[in-house]
Design a protein around this ligand. Structure first.
Ligand code: MTE
Ligand code: MO
Length: 374
């Protein structure tokens, strides 16, 4: 069993796939803390977790096929230590809601394939500085992991060179998660953190960085994690025709109450809590909620985000809470939420018109049915 050496996982994680391990954080736990604890942070693996002895760890840095340097763990720690707090969200977060509209292929994630953590490590721009790379000469920076498929092909992903060389993109080669060494499941000992970008490019167990004119040849860059028109099916899909997902679109979710939960009215209101996030560093500026299909909207007044984040670098999620008045005669309501980001991007109303065969970018309004107790 190639998975026999996988680490033990926290029992609260809801398992969506055992081998490779994929487990999500339950909604109510998510909105309990601004920083998601490492042991309850969702896990999305595509392959067995590699076993890496820190004494033997090496990171190769190449320009195309030409290895420029090989550095070890101590070398990475010598660069100035930089900390960035960012959410990581799987491209398939909330897929189960899209699947409910029309079946698709993918793990059935609820709202918990996301977490927010503080990551510390060396800035990618510092590590690449001595290579004197000219942004105009190259197109992509590829990352490869130490996790291998049965034929020896590593997990991989890439990002555009302009992003990789922009120090304001806050990309780091992280060795700490929430102030502790990164746990095995989350990329021990070194992981690429690419804030604001789909989870898939945040390559764990980082083995190699390649400056290239090509995107990563990995299946996960070229043959997956892309969006398509709702009319594209498995007979007509052409993965070469769609760009790889980079920045994630604006989304939000209700974490409590959970679907079907019974809630007691307090002064004629129900408490609702959740998260919102937009990719590309866009700040969340407003959360709108309705319990009457949009006839009246309520704005969440308590928003917790990273107060120190600079304009265009709002990598953390926003936790919000609201108290919504409920008509006295109501026994049941459907709570809807939508978030608005700094570019006034808003979530689409329904999943029908954003449906795609892989169930990615599932950011329609989140709707939760709640029973009311007087
Ligand atoms: N990196 C490697 N090496 N192998 C992987 O399977 N999965 C990616 C990304 N980085 C993956 C990887 C995907 S799709 C996601 S959503 C995130 O890691 C999940 O990160 P987490 O498990 O730390 O939450
Ligand atoms: Mo993912």
């Amino acid at each position: 069993d190639p998975y026999a050496n996988d680490p033990k996982r926290h029992k609260v994680l809801k398992v969506n796939g055992p081998k490779p391990f994929c487990g999500e954080t339950p909604g109510p736990l998510l909105c309990e803390s601004f920083l998601t604890p490492a042991d309850t942070f969702y896990v999305r693996n595509h392959l067995p977790v590699p076993e890496i002895d820190i004494k033997d760890y090496e990171l190769e840095i190449a320009i195309e096929d030409d290895t420029k340097k090989v550095i070890n763990f101590e070398d990475i720690k010598k660069y100035p230590k930089y900390t960035v707090t960012t959410a990581i969200m799987c491209g398939g977060n909330r897929r189960s809601e899209m699947n409910a509209v029309k079946p698709l292929k993918g793990l059935s994630w609820g709202v918990g394939a996301v977490g927010n953590a503080s990551w510390s490590g060396a800035r990618l721009t510092d590590v690449l500085a001595d290579l004197k790379i000219n942004e105009d000469d190259w197109k992509h920076v590829q990352f490869e992991g130490y996790d291998l498929d049965p034929s020896g092909v590593p997990y991989g992903g890439s990002i555009p060179i302009s992003r990789a060389l922009d120090s304001r993109a806050d990309i780091i080669l992280a060795y700490e998660m929430n102030g502790e060494p990164i746990p095995r499941d989350h990329g021990y000992p070194i992981r690429a953190i690419v804030p604001g970008v789909v989870g898939a490019r945040n390559v764990k167990w980082l083995a190699k960085i390649v400056i290239s004119n090509e995107e990563s040849r990995s299946q996960f860059q070229r043959g997956d994690y892309k969006g398509f028109s709702p009319s594209v099916d498995w007979d007509t899909v052409d993965f070469s025709k769609s760009p790889a997902i980079l920045d994630m679109p604006v989304t939000s979710a209700i974490c409590t109450p959970t679907p079907g939960e019974t809630v007691k009215l307090k002064d004629g209101k129900i408490p609702v809590k959740g998260y919102a996030w937009s990719g590309g560093g866009k700040k969340i500026i407003r959360i709108d909620l309705t319990v009457d299909q949009g006839k009246t909207w309520h704005v969440a007044h308590q928003l917790i985000d990273d107060e120190n984040a600079k304009e265009g670098r709002h990598w953390s999620w926003t936790l919000w809470s609201a108290e919504i008045p409920i008509d006295v005669d109501k026994k049941e309501v459907e709570v809807w939420v939508k978030a608005v980001d700094a570019s006034y991007n808003v979530q689409p109303e329904s999943f029908e018109n954003i449906w795609n065969l892989r169930g990615l970018l599932c950011n329609a309004y989140h709707r939760v049915n709640v029973k009311i107790k007087k």
